[in-house]
Design a protein around this ligand. Structure first.
Ligand code: ATP
Ligand code: MG
Length: 479
């Protein structure tokens, strides 16, 4: 049986043929391409586990192929071949999401070793069958990348770490400066941090900055989205289980706390955690110890806990949905990120930052914004915060490609700038109930639109229960 399927993209015919033969001889199925345009189509239509690509090629280059994999959410792991002396470029390529690189001139054995380890990681990721939200895949791969660079060269290693320095958190507003100060102060302590703020303000970015600026940076940062995983599953994800703990537990499995040992764990959407699990988490916070499900041995871990939520834990405490003692344990270092509309000075910086990035990623060449466009972009409310701003800029870069972004290039919602409820003129004769229902409808539709139709998120935006939202949608006939 073949070990895996590889696509090779290389414009030098000789290398392409020899490398293909060599890898075939070592048990891989190989599709060689000397034309990157054709390769792109093949990439999309076949489930390759690995892509080996030259970096410099006419038409579509290696970096674009890597970007394509990312954009299309393909499982393929990319290995980039690049000319001698351009280690720096290679590392840049890894930052863009490549799995690994090989420098020219290379020995075939070297390529094979890289391919074998990519295959190993590929299978690991698949076998883990990770529920959405755990994002172990990117953790695993990032760790691989980091280790490789540690081996390579310490100076260049700092270049990868840069990704999590503050240069990637943009903001010169007063509140953001305060956030930076706080990160700097607490990063290298073991203090538990609680990052709060609306959706899309950059909570995860801040959590990562804390980890990567701490002395734990070479150990894992494990991300767990407590809101995305059902309660029973979350418990076993966090604490692990012993073989035979329940039907289906065929093998002992490590939980995320154990995997994060030595490093940090990021508990995202902590406000969604059930009260039952909150008790168990409290113990981990207090003692750094726990038992696996079905186990009696107490396991002690050394880890840094960072939690985040876009809900108000104070309110949840008042409502009896969040344990007060846990809240105080978590809230040792509170880091609040205000919504973008409350720190508008950051908007121009963010616009430029994302424009540059989108230009680079999409091979676009947009020079900037017209004065009118900027004005409108500055006035907008950004209910989705920085994430929304980023999406807006990326979309425009893809559609426009060059020149200046003008008013007409902006998404309609920006210049329409309608306040909710002001859309239809108020005609009192239509009756109180009808008008209120209409207002409710507009509100809900807007929230659903903002959250891509995810009801739990829409409910959060509106600060109502998910069940209340569903009831209202039924009553108002919203699909
Ligand atoms: N200050 C910033 N500078 C640059 N990029 C930012 C900034 N804030 C947020 N972003 C970007 O916006 C997106 C959303 O950020 P992030 O995932 O950290 O938000 P969040 O607060 O965790 O959101 P949610 O509550 O929805 O999980 C990311 O792509 C992130 O890189
Ligand atoms: Mg987040």
């Amino acid at each position: 049986m073949e070990k895996g399927r590889i696509i090779i993209v290389e414009d030098e015919e000789d290398i392409l043929m020899m490398l293909s033969e060599f890898l075939r001889g070592n048990g891989y199925a190989v599709d060689p391409f000397n034309d990157s345009k054709k390769a792109l189509i093949a990439l999309k239509n076949n489930n390759y586990q690995i892509m080996i690509t030259d970096l410099m090629m006419p038409k579509i280059d290696g970096l674009q192929l890597i970007n394509f994999i990312q954009k299309e959410y393909l499982d393929t792991l990319g290995i980039v071949i690049t000319g001698y002396g351009s280690l720096e470029t290679a590392i840049g390529v890894m930052r863009c999401g490549a799995f690994d690189y090989v420098l020219k001139p290379f020995k075939f054995e070297e390529v094979l070793a890289t391919v074998d380890s990519a295959m190993y990681y590929f299978n690991l990721i698949k076998a883990d069958n990770i529920p959405k939200g755990l994002r172990l895949k990117s953790n695993l791969l990032r760790r691989y990348a980091e280790n490789k660079i540690v081996r390579e060269n310490t100076i260049l290693r700092s270049c990868l770490k840069d990704k999590y320095k503050f240069e990637n958190i943009i903001g010169n507003s007063f509140p953001m400066q305060k956030v930076f100060e706080l990160i700097e102060k607490v990063a290298d302590t073991n203090a538990t941090a609680l990052v709060t703020g609306e959706s899309g303000v950059g909570k995860e970015l801040v959590a990562r900055a804390i980890h990567f600026n701490s002395s734990r940076r070479d150990s894992p940062l494990v991300v767990v989205n407590c809101g995305a995983i059902p309660e029973t599953l979350l418990e076993s994800e966090l604490f692990g289980y012993e073989k035979g703990a329940f039907t289906g537990a065929a093998n002992t499995r490590l939980g995320r706390f154990e995997i994060a040992n030595g490093g940090s764990i990021f508990l995202d959407e902590i406000g969604d955690m059930s009260v039952n699990l909150q008790v168990k988490l409290l113990r981990v916070l207090q003692e750094r110890s726990f038992e696996r499900i079905g186990g009696s041995k107490t396991i002690t871990v050394d880890l840094r806990i960072i939690a985040a939520t876009n809900r108000s834990l104070e309110d949840l405490v008042k409502q009896g949905k969040f344990r007060e003692d846990l809240y105080y344990r978590l809230n040792v270092v509170p880091i609040h990120i205000p919504p973008l509309r409350e720190r508008r000075q950051d908007i121009p910086l963010l616009l430029n930052y994302f424009l540059e990035r989108s230009n680079r990623l999409n091979n676009a060449n947009i020079e900037g914004f017209t004065e009118e466009a900027i004005k409108t972009l500055l006035d907008y409310q950004y209910p989705g915060n920085v994430r929304e701003l980023q999406n807006i800029v990326e979309r425009m870069a893809v559609l426009k490609r060059n020149g200046y972004i003008d008013l007409e290039d902006l998404p309609e919602k920006l210049y329409a700038n309608e306040g909710v409820g002001e859309t239809a003129p108020l005609n009192m004769e239509r009756g109180y109930d009808t008008l209120v229902s209409e207002f409710e409808k507009t509100l809900i539709a807007k929230a659903l639109q903002e959250t891509q139709g995810v009801k739990s998120k829409a409910a959060q935006v509106l600060s109502i229960n998910r069940t209340t939202l569903i009831e209202k949608m039924k009553r108002l006939g919203i699909d």
